[in-house]
Design a protein around this ligand. Sequence first.
Ligand code: KIV
Ligand code: ZN
Length: 559
Amino acid sequence: MKTGSVKKYKAYAAMDFSSRTWPEKTITKAPMWCSVDLRDGNQALVQPMNLKQKIELFELLVDVGFKDIEVGFPSASEVEFEFCRTLIEDNLIPADVSIQVLTPARESLIKKTFKAVEGAKKVVMHLYNSTSTLQRKNVFKMNREEITALGVEGARVIKEEAERFSATDFRFEYSPESFTGTELDFAMHICEAVMDVWEPTTERPVILNLPATVELATPNIYADQIEWFCTNLKNRDFAIVSLHAHNDRGCAVAATELALMAGADRVEGTLFGNGERTGNVDLVTLGLNMFTQGVDPNLDLHDINRLITVSQQVTDIPVHVRHPYAGELVYTAFSGSHQDAISKGMESCKNSNDGLWAVPYLPIDPTDVGRTYESIIRINSQSGKGGVAYLMDIEFGLKMPKRMHPEFGRIIQQVTNQAGRELKAVELWNAFESTYLLNNRPYGLESFNVVKRHIDNDEKASFAEIEAVIIDGQNKKSIKGRGNGPLDAFCSALKQDVSGDFSLNRYHEHALSVSSSSKAVAYIEIIKEDGSVKWGVGIDTDIIVASIKAVLSSLNSTT
Ligand code: KIV
Ligand code: ZN
């Protein structure tokens, strides 16, 4: 900021409202929703949507479940007028959906707006005029009475026009634009004056939309204003109190949530928060915030990728990679401790039978919005052993024994440090393969044969005899051995004729279920003569061969 320029600004005046009750409330049900993507959202685009894009977005909004969709400002632009006509004439509006149209309080413009919606079954006629203190003084140079008269006259014309278009079921909405920049008592006064004209009832309430046209203060202040308004409004039952928060301070979602706690009934906003300047409140975030609190938002957000694709196509604005619930990276953990906790949390979630989602660092199950578990953990230089092991399991079906995780985790850390970027799954596999499966120096296997096998009820009487040809550097060596089983026999022969002493410390095996169901994998930890501990891995269609490959892999290990 420029030095000293802070003096240009003054704090938003606090209101005296100690009887507020909203801090004790929670959101227990979804509000009525209204998408303003096609009006507020479209109005704010560098390149406004064309007809085809508007229809595509309208159809998406219908599929998501919006019952009120503001489709434009038909008196302000021919394209918006034409869009209304197309929706109506091409029968694109489902019977349970109301289109909403915005109009200023000017007779000629109101009349044009009615023409735009002629023939529609259900319409919300949305009247607005700015009531803000600042605009009254500096823009309109009008006092409170004059501004009220403007709103009232607009309301009167709307009522009169609606009677002429009797085939349409009209609902009326009034917005004192810049509500948060208006004295509260005046905002309420003008809303009541408009209500007096429209004569709403409990059965046919008006919508009073109270916009934070510019977000000017902290979210608690918006909540106070909404609770005050809801408490003091004459005939509260005759009104649906609607929120319309812009995001200038980055708090539109919070402001809307607190204002819902404060008693509002309806929310206007856009997908991913597109809209004037910093945007409107993001309805996807709001809806999924409710969802993760166990409250059904009554919006179908299960295919978030479709929402992103359509929204990006029609607005030409990307959804940020860290956008709540939607961003490309939000189901990804890079840090080792997070990866570890996520993989353990996933496992325990799978095994628990309470049906509740409880995974550290992930407030939502990615599959609930059409994302996949696979994308949860990605590997970079901060990743830990747990995440690496989790991905090896998820991607390749390799369930490495826990004691092996640190060793392979270290190897991956070196690879990421060298690469200086995030690794792809195939690069994890390459590192695993070259470390454990292709490391055939100095010892390789040319052939292996179990020549005799006796299995006895008395384990001590069981034995196996093997023959094998081992490549030792440049030489080949034929070896023979006997032991209590083929692996034991192989190890004895190896120790005696090839490698010198070592002991088998740990052994794990499992079928490989992901890539090739007929293969098995063996993991072996040996302790060498010099006391060093080495892991080796073998994969083969035969589990005995897999285990002897694992022994050679551990003897060859340079980790
Ligand atoms: O932000 C706003 O005040 C508006 C009104 C026209 C409702 O979009
Ligand atoms: Zn707006």
